[in-house]
Design a protein. Sequence first.
Length: 340
Amino acid sequence: MKQKKIKTLNKHETQGKEMIEKFGSRSTADEVLSGVDLKAKRFLVTGASSGIGLETSRSLVAHGASVVGAVRDLAKAECAVASVRDAAMQASGSLELIELDLASLQSVRACADTLLAGARSFDAIIANAGIMATPFGRTADGFELQFGTNHLGHFALVTWIEPLLVDNGRLIVLSSQAHRVADVDLNDPNFEQLPYDPFVAYGRSKTANALFAVEFDRRHRQRGVRAASVMPGNSLTDLPRHFSQEDLQGLFETVGKARAEAGLPPPALKEIPQAAATSVWAAVVADKADIGGRYLEDCSVAPINDIENPFADGARTYLFDVEKASLLWAKSEQLVNAAS
């Protein structure tokens, strides 16, 4: 029976199965792209000057791609991306920087207008930038800082430049295991009614990232465009910059204890090249029919796992609530339009 089932797999299913077996949690971005020629491909990567975004950009240009890296501070970024420019020079790739502050819709609009004026298309957009568990704050437009930056900033940018995404292109939105902490709250997205909790706010924003991918995928798949969300894996980037070393150690201990109580293996930290792997896998290598509308981790489609443990692996079912994804889209349009 098993042999017969394998024989009936179509081409895409077989390729997807091989990719899942070939790459995993310890794969690096360069390993995922090994042997792939990206000389004719163009990518937009937000948050391209540090952490996972920097490594994602470096790996893409090292395989010949042209990357537009969206960064908050052009002067600081120019120093940070030296390794990316070196890799681009060696592989005939290219890196162009563009200013983008996701916490300001005026900046997002200026970035979008510049890209639209250039009229150059993208094969994939990787919405990588983000902030994590910040003290309470508001964006320039009055949105709760994490929801406004992680979700609304990307929502506005991507929907405004969507015409630049080629037919059969891809949108990859970085989510997080933290989506397990909280579903979105469409009635109180800016914590105007409930007390602010930095982890709940972060979890909401990461759930919003995944729901955005679900609805974008639904709206644009008719022209071959597919969207997916990505859990890159935990790594020591500057994302938890608001944590003291003591707080960060306490978080690791809490995560380890919670996973142990659930009978799960200890949490594993990834090196940054490993944390960038799922993004480039999704943007370049994976069969887009397999990943469209899905949540990905460790270079594969993550299983649904609804146990309440916030530090477990896999996706909560509410990431795929198509009705809520549609309502979030409408709410996001309302908020962005009212502020811009």
